[in-house]
Write a new protein. Structure first.
Length: 322
């Protein structure tokens, strides 16, 4: 059999983004009720309409590649990134966690469409490339919108309660995220199969260890107990953010997309931690979050910058596998 052709690869990328849109749609239907703020709810509602269109557009592109609906079902069953689905099905229990989850998910979509456009271009499918570019713009706009809502989502999560009482929880949640990230980054260089991405993972792994130390020190300064950190780690599994880490990404492109989304999970968590801490008059904790945030942002941008070489590695590998 000839090596997996680019157009076969393209169908796989289309199938993956289609599955993402189906899951996004389920989330967007629930999100307005959980948002806790009218502006945030309206943004989710508007993006639900966009998401419906994305799903239809991608279904249409799949059809253009003779991937009939039944074939689509078939492909869904074989979805390589099942962790994405687990992640998509997460059930955030506060407006803040909903926003963090959505912020991360929109960035994952943004990355997926960025990659899809590149694959479509390589396959000479200008129409799919144009559709990908258009949808990517809407995912990015939604991500930026959520990124402008942190004050609102923090207020909605607190809903009148004392911010000081939540700092330890936020710190413990951040600690749980960093612990999972560290594990992912530890495996990362092997999975990356791209020297530039492997190097980024290695560097960020070292930064992540430092973040863990900063969080631990702050927790103990505040008199928090180690058991709280353990509770948070369990809760993390409970909201199913663990989907990210349960996944076994099968190509370097997926590893990069995954890691990019994880960084935005962290960014969302720290954006809300620093605001909650400032509301509580806890400047020390705010400083910890403000120290860590630039590292997460930089890591995300560095990862994004590797997409083209990561795609070389992914497509090349598939071609060799045949
Ligand atoms: Fe979408
Ligand atoms: Fe989206
Ligand atoms: Fe990170």
């Amino acid at each position: 059999m000839a090596p997996d052709s680019l157009s076969e690869q393209l169908v796989k990328y289309l199938t993956d983004v289609h599955a993402m849109e189906v899951q996004a749609l389920a989330q967007m239907r629930k999100a307005p009720d959980l948002a806790g703020d009218p502006d945030v709810a309206a943004a989710f509602e508007a993006h639900r309409v966009e998401t419906e269109r994305h799903e239809a557009l991608i279904r249409e592109r799949l059809g253009a590649h003779d991937a009939a609906p039944s074939r689509v079902e078939d492909l869904l069953g074989k979805l390589s990134g099942k962790g994405f689905l687990l992640f998509a099905q997460a059930n955030p229990d506060t407006p803040g966690k909903l926003a963090t989850h959505a912020y991360s998910y929109e960035h994952m979509e943004l990355a997926a469409y960025d990659l899809l456009e590149r694959v479509a271009q390589r396959a000479g499918d200008a129409e799919t490339a144009a559709v990908a570019r258009e949808i990517r713009g809407e995912e990015e706009a939604m991500a930026v919108r959520i990124g402008g809502f942190w004050d609102k989502t923090v207020a909605a999560s607190l809903s009148g309660r004392d911010p000081g009482e939540h700092i330890d929880d936020y710190l413990a949640d951040a600690h749980a995220l960093e612990t999972q990230s560290a594990a992912l980054l530890d495996r990362g260089p092997k999975l990356a199969d791209t020297p530039s991405l492997a190097q980024i993972f290695e560097n960020h792994h070292a930064e992540t260890q430092r973040h863990l130390e900063l969080l631990e020190r702050r927790l103990s300064e505040r008199g928090g107990s180690p058991s709280r950190v353990k509770d948070a780690a369990l809760k993390l599994g409970g909201v199913n953010w663990s989907g990210f880490w349960a996944a076994n990404p099968d190509t370097p492109a997926k590893v990069a997309m995954f890691a990019y989304a994880v960084e935005h999970l962290e960014i969302g968590a720290y954006e809300q931690l620093t605001r909650t801490a400032r509301l509580a008059g806890d400047g020390e904790t705010a400083m910890v979050a403000d120290t860590i945030l630039p590292d997460e942002r930089a890591a995300a941008e560095f990862i994004f910058g590797t997409f083209d070489s990561v795609l070389d590695a992914s497509l090349g590998e598939v071609a060799q596998r045949g």
